[in-house]
Design a protein around this ligand. Structure first.
Ligand code: PLP
Length: 397
């Protein structure tokens, strides 16, 4: 029996485990202190009322023989028309026209991020940014692919651009970025699209945070960029857009024009999904379909506005302290330079012990993250304000 030896190349997932262990140890030693976590990547606001109502109606449908649903429609890889139509409408508002057969409903962007790799040979070279959302790295390490890093750093605003000297087959772009919060504009994305088309590469574009973009110069979909339909796949999620982290729903767009090795990736993905996946529950899909209705968009805008306000509170605190950061404006993440030249973990300990605030050390996301630190806007406003007050008091003293 041969097992997949590549699993030995994976690093222990020490980042969030260590953050959690240090937090727990500190809280145990100091039970009277209220430690505030600005490290979480999970949402804290409840689902929008339109979503809840749609899910309740869908539950009732399941109770009657006439409206009961079993497996979803197989012509669309189990996506219901009402959901596909609402996604198409949301793209139309971005000026992007999509066919229903180009949208694949899934249980979230993380699964698709890993699953999409079934379409590509293990001997492809992969280009991931450093720092990176660890899923891009680990899913490829598991398959034994060669990995190259595109350096994201202060000198490029944590937005690396393509280099024709680098040959890559699969390129990961996450914008707005986790962990750095930096987001590409259309001109920058056009450089990546042209590079991918020249190289015959495929871009895996992670748009999980697109709904945080407010600056009209920034792209919300790679398909806003000319030429993307022949080189890109887009991974989307209701998790951060509409608070679906616990409900689980996402969608992946594979354009019909995307052809590599003489094969249409759209058809390959349809084949892969219908073989290894049986769709997202009807109840979940009906809840998701309510998100991009007029009323749904109005309601999620309230939740997004709440998190944006937290991001503004953190940004203003850092502005006041003269601390350099990216993100915070079109993103729920704020990526800051640790003050006084501190290393990421040293700053983590310093903040935990002296301000009772927990963040995420940048070094956990890659070599270029050393000396940086991630704070998130997904907490409550009250905690965010209090954390900022403590951080300001500590760093001003
Ligand atoms: N992509 C990025 C960049 C993320 O940060 C996350 C979650 O934190 C995901 C994908 C996962 O999204 P989902 O909840 O849809 O699996």
């Amino acid at each position: 029996m041969n097992i997949n030896e590549h699993f030995k190349e994976l690093k222990e997932n020490y980042l969030f485990a260590t953050v959690g262990a240090k937090f727990a140890a500190y809280q145990k030693a100091h039970p009277e202190r209220k430690v505030i976590k600005l490290s979480i990547g999970d949402v804290t606001r409840p689902l929008a009322p339109v979503v809840i109502e749609a899910m309740h109606r869908a539950v009732d449908d399941m109770a009657h023989r006439e409206t009961f649903k079993g497996y979803g429609p197989d012509q669309t890889c189990y996506g219901y028309d009402v959901l596909l139509d609402s996604i198409r409408n949301s793209y139309a508002r971005k000026g992007v026209s999509l066919g229903a057969d180009e949208i694949f409903i899934s249980d979230g962007a993380k699964s698709d991020c890993g699953n999409i790799l079934d379409l590509f040979s293990a001997d492809n070279t992969v280009l991931v940014p450093d720092p990176v959302y660890p899923v891009y790295l680990d899913t490829n390490l598991m398959a034994g692919r060669r990995i190259l890093f595109a350096d994201a750093n202060a000198s490029n605003g944590f937005l690396p651009l393509p280099d024709d000297g680098v040959r890559a087959d699969i390129i990961y772009i996450c914008s707005p970025n986790n962990p750095t919060g930096a987001a590409y504009n259309r001109e920058q994305l056009k450089l990546w699209v042209d590079y991918a088309n020249r190289m015959g590469a495929v871009i895996l574009y992670d748009a999980a945070y697109e709904y945080f973009v407010t600056d009209p110069a920034l792209a919300r979909s790679i398909f806003e960029v000319e030429g993307a339909r022949t080189c890109a796949i887009e991974l989307c999620s209701y998790s951060k857009t509409a608070g679906f982290t616990g409900v689980r729903c996402g969608y992946t767009v594979v354009p019909r024009e995307l052809v590599r090795g003489g094969m249409r990736l759209n058809r390959m993905w349809a084949r892969r999904q219908s073989t290894k996946f049986n769709g997202v529950s009807y109840i979940t899909q009906m809840g998701a379909a309510a998100v991009f209705t007029e009323e749904g968009e109005r309601q999620i805008a309230e939740n997004l506005g709440y998190y944006r306000n937290n991001a503004r509170i953190i940004s203003e605190c850092l502005d006041g302290l003269g601390i350099w950061y990216t993100g915070g404006k079109n993103s729920p993440y704020i990526w800051l330079k640790c003050p006084g030249g501190m290393e990421s973990w040293a700053f983590f300990d310093y903040l935990l012990e002296n301000a009772n605030v927990v963040g995420t050390p940048g070094s956990g996301f890659g070599r270029n993250g050393e000396g940086y630190f991630r704070l998130t806007a997904f907490g409550t406003e009250e905690n965010t304000r209090e954390a900022c007050r403590r951080i300001a008091a500590l760093l001003q003293s």
